[in-house]
Write a protein that binds this ligand. Sequence first.
Ligand code: ZN
Ligand code: ZN
Length: 75
Amino acid sequence: MALLICPKCKENSFTWFINGKTHVTSWNCFNCDYEAKETDSHKSICENCEKNTKIKLKDKEKEYRWCSSCNQITP
Ligand SMILES: [Zn+2]
Ligand SMILES: [Zn+2]
């Protein structure tokens, strides 16, 4: 599984797994222990890199959109 840049600590240690019970995709960083859930499985086009890799993530504090290609974050 490919490792991605963590939105929080910016280390190359962000990865995802699918919860067997809820089928929700969870993202987890094994460097800083940051966790977020994917709230919308629909990917959208990133305004920055124009790839179809922008997803919605929700953590304990906020919900935001994150691009897994260029790491751009938007509200
Ligand atoms: Zn991290
Ligand atoms: Zn992007």
